[in-house]
Design a protein around this ligand. Structure first.
Ligand SMILES: C[S@@+](CC[C@H](N)C(=O)[O-])C[C@H]1O[C@@H](n2cnc3c(N)ncnc32)[C@H](O)[C@@H]1O
Length: 350
């Protein structure tokens, strides 16, 4: 967690501007590097599995590292609130237990690893190009294609964020009576589809994604759903999506494309739907950041989409108008969960 300045520090650094507040970003960058390394070394899991606090020298033995190095890493992680320390050694804080342990239902470790191993290296290479030219020299998905392991890291990261939202999102999705055929376009890890199928025993689903993504997730569909969830590889801009679907999910896909591409994609989705079929679009929406953290989060993803995909976040009104242009009716917005600030856009094929 970024260091939380005390009252005096907030006054000097943030209110009075009498000290260099950008230093906090420097600490944040070092903190991200240190947490990423700790995840990579399995340090948090070692501390979690121990019955008593672990000293730096015990940790160093188990990790095969230098005791001074581990002590310095852990001491920094204490200041960033990932570890606590006492005379007996280091323990995990509640924050680390909740958000960074593999057996936690809210484990965000794979999301941090995705950023550390893929997105920030890509930023480093492409940020300036994207700012100067308006797009990167290649999309991050094209870069993933060069190394299949990148797709695995990416899908693990996407799954980690989806696992935080899946219950609220699936609660918000309305399933009209008689809807049985679902396509999850750009569905990747398939978590949303899996949860919808668990809750609605008559749904049969297809996860449609590019080959690299499908190869990365293929064996992760739960065995009990193997008969009802299939995968299909292809490019949703050009390849046949199939037809007769009652529901089409388009979750976290449209931020990768420009308005004309999105309208064309909506038209293709309309063609794949049965009469009265529904499209459900989930994404981050321009203008939805109402607090400092959510505003920063939105600007952060917008800059990321520019750097990695040459695209952006869109206002929901704009997306609703593309849906109408593509021939959809009953276009509506539906909030997701009480606190997330997320919303779905749903529409019906005429
Ligand atoms: C940000 S991920 C979203 C995954 C999932 N829908 C979710 O919301 O967590 C975007 C997905 O779209 C897929 N994708 C991107 N371009 C595609 C294309 N042209 N055709 C098919 N899938 C594509 C990616 O492989 C990736 O799995």
């Amino acid at each position: 967690m970024p260091v939380n300045p005390n009252f005096l520090e907030r006054l000097v650094l943030l209110r009075l501007n009498k000290g260099p507040a950008p230093m906090l970003d420097l600490f944040g960058a070092a903190s991200f590097e240190s947490v990423s390394l700790a995840l990579d070394l399995g340090l948090f899991e070692l501390v979690a599995d121990a019955e008593t606090p672990l000293t730096a020298s015990t940790l160093a033995d188990r990790i095969d590292a230098h005791p001074d190095g581990i002590a310095m890493l852990c001491n920094f992680l204490v200041t960033e609130d990932y570890l606590s320390t006492s005379e007996d050694g280091y323990r995990l804080t509640k924050m680390t237990e909740t958000w960074l342990l593999a057996d936690s239902e809210t484990n965000m470790g794979p999301w941090l690893t995705f950023w550390n191993e893929l997105v920030f290296p890509f930023w480093e290479r492409e940020l300036e190009t994207a700012i100067r030219e308006g797009e990167p020299s290649q999309s991050i998905y094209e870069w993933f294609d060069e190394e299949p392991e990148r797709w695995e890291i990416a899908q693990d990261g996407f799954r980690a964020t989806a696992s935080l939202l899946v219950d609220d999102v699936v609660d918000a999705v309305s399933i009209p009576d008689g809807s049985t055929q679902l396509i999850d376009i750009g569905g990747g890890h398939g978590l949303y589809t899996v949860e919808l199928c668990r809750r609605h025993s008559d749904i049969v689903a297809t996860i449609f994604d590019v080959q690299g993504a499908i190869e990365a997730i293929n064996d992760e569909i739960p065995a009990e759903l193997a008969e009802r969830v299939s995968v299909q590889t292809g490019d949703y801009h050009t390849d046949d999506l199939g037809d007769g679907f009652d529901l089409a999910l388009l979750f976290n896909v449209i931020h990768a494309h420009d308005p004309a591409e999105n309208t064309a994609l909506f038209e293709r989705v309309a063609d794949s739907l049965a009469p009265n079929g529904r499209i459900i679009v989930l994404d981050q929406w321009e203008g939805s950041g109402r607090t400092p953290v959510s505003r920063a989060g939105l600007r952060f993803v917008a800059l990321t989409y520019l750097t990695t995909l040459g695209a952006t976040v869109y206002a929901h009104e704009e997306v609703m108008s593309w849906l109408r242009e593509a021939g959809f009716t009953d276009v509506s917005r539906q909030s997701v969960g009480p606190l997330s600030g997320l919303a779905l856009i749903e529409a019906t094929k005429q």
